[in-house]
Design a protein around this ligand. Sequence first.
Ligand SMILES: [Zn+2]
Length: 280
Amino acid sequence: MIGIDIGGTNTRIGLFPSLDAPVYALLAKFPTQQDYEQQLQHIGQVLQEQGIRDATGIGVSIAARVAKDGQTVIFAPNLPGYIDKPFVSKLSALCAAPVRMAHDPVCGLLAEARFGVLRTVERCAYLTVSTGTGAAIQLGKADTRLVSSIEIGHQILDGNTRACLCGMTGCLETYTGGRQLELRYGQPVEHITDSAFWETFAEKLAIGLVNLAQLTRIEVVAVSGAIALNTPSLLPALQTKINQFLLSSQLKLRLAKLGETAPLAGAALLLALPESSVLH
Ligand SMILES: [Zn+2]
């Protein structure tokens, strides 16, 4: 199985000998091409150079919202050149293999539910705190589960007058999205040392997660993404805020066990999953 993780910045291609473990050989890592045709050619070239023929399947994790049929990208602030392009059918034709594609938090969730901190949890979520703030939720037992991409970063926070890059006003992501914050503060978020900034960051994200937990009754969230992984103090601060908000229920945060591997491993897992268990 081939797993491909197409991020807003980098693309990684991994070869998974089996789906029984998140163990893979990294075939390539390269900057994501903004031109989708060039990206397709680059992926095809890597697989050809590595001697990968007759791949049993290719799973793609992409930093973009995917259409209901799983065939195209419909919303991608970081990959605008991919919108409405026949990515799945073209890649499938190019590599002569079946291709499945999903939003990257969906893939992250699949990997953490199979190998990581979400095993045995029936109601859970996977949160990416990175260039954007994305999430997916899973409801149901392993054999009957439904995994859905959600727009956690674009929920409206009361009193928030900030304009979001998505075009709406008041989104959570105006406080937590790496790209928006870098534009606002002129430096990468991880470089900001002002404790008041991080206090606000944690509080706004906690509100977003509490709203999600109250609406869906999820119990555990696997947290990943560059900002979360590079800011060790964020998770405990978030958990403290959440505990202050929630009185009659619990929401536990767990650092994603697979780290940056989760979307790649989850992409490969997509291939073994019934299409009906993923809502794009
Ligand atoms: Zn927004």
